[in-house]
Design a protein around this ligand. Structure first.
Ligand code: PXL
Length: 291
């Protein structure tokens, strides 16, 4: 089999935060390391992410998104996955809908990471209008990857800090399932006992999966983006949910361990680069050595 012929292609639609290792600066390397081609449509250009930094620059790129998608459409490009995340504004919902019409078809996996909040609060500049936008975008998606704060906002449950009981997670799953996606991955779940990880519901079969690791306290910026990028790419490549969850979670856990040991400032992001070789071994374990 010619691996080039069979390579899948994703369009990643996120902001580019120049420093701080989140959004496109992790989506590009992580999707590529998953063996999937990554094209991108930037939603905004910032100097850094908006957590724990002040004074960041911000340029809304709404006016570029449709021209990019129209050009791709004119070239006859179609994508196996469209993976969106952080938006510059709620108005980009309308643009995304048009982008789907131009570069996706009925076989395209639509992945929505509703990047709008963490640790119980919205990111700078966002409010309930972004929640309503992401509710609609999640209804259009096959796969969604909210963190526990976003999952609570989207499902209409109150946000609760750790520990997260099984009943609480089930109510959140129920609320998110009502939006319509096939696969729901909720990150940053603390079941208690010093563990943290991701739980997944496959709606059609009702199967639940969990990947838990020992918790390292505090916030690790960009880890939601690293998880979603790996999970989106592996599912687009056709991995089953269980192995995709395991590999994506291991990449996040290894990146956090390396960063924790180095003691670098949290806002600078995690050392995912050094975790990529082991991740690529796991990817080969899923798809075979030539892939
Ligand atoms: O990691 C999600 C994210 C993406 N983009 C920007 C952010 C954040 C989180 O803070 O600020 C600009």
């Amino acid at each position: 089999m010619d691996t080039f012929e069979s390579m899948k292609r994703i369009a990643a639609i996120h902001d580019i935060s120049g420093f701080g290792k989140c959004s496109l600066t992790v989506a590009l390397p992580v999707v590529s390391a998953s063996g999937v081609e990554c094209a991108c449509i930037p939603t905004a250009l910032l100097s850094t992410h908006t957590g724990e930094f002040t004074g960041w620059t911000f340029r809304d790129l709404t006016d570029q998104m449709l021209p990019i998608a129209r050009h791709w459409h004119s070239l006859g490009l179609c994508f196996d996955g469209v993976y969106s995340g952080y938006l510059a504004s709620s108005e980009q919902e309308r643009v995304l809908e048009e982008v789907y019409g131009l570069i996706a078809d009925e076989d395209t996996l639509i992945v929505c990471d509703p990047a709008m909040a963490d640790n119980g609060s919205y990111y700078a500049g966002f409010d309930h209008s972004m929640r309503d936008t992401f509710r609609r975008l999640c209804s259009r998606a096959d796969v969604i990857t909210p963190n526990i704060t976003e999952a609570a906002l989207l499902s209409g449950e109150e946000y609760r800090p750790a520990p997260h009981s099984r009943e609480y997670i089930e109510r959140i799953f129920e609320g998110l399932a009502a939006l319509g996606p096939r696969i729901i991955a909720v990150t940053g779940v603390h079941p208690g006992g010093g563990e943290i990880g991701t739980v997944v519901l496959e709606r059609e079969s009702g199967r639940r999966h969990a990947a838990m690791r020992p918790e390292r306290g505090g916030v690790f910026y960009g880890t939601g983006d690293i998880f979603a990028s790996a999970f989106a790419a592996l599912l687009t490549r056709g991995a089953p949910v269980g192995p995709a969850l395991e590999a994506a979670s291991a990449l996040v856990a290894d990146s956090i361990e390396l960063t924790y040991r180095r003691g670098t400032p949290r806002r600078d992001g995690v050392a995912f680069e050094q975790a990529l070789p082991d991740y690529m071994d796991r990817v080969r374990g899923i798809f075979g050595p030539r892939a």
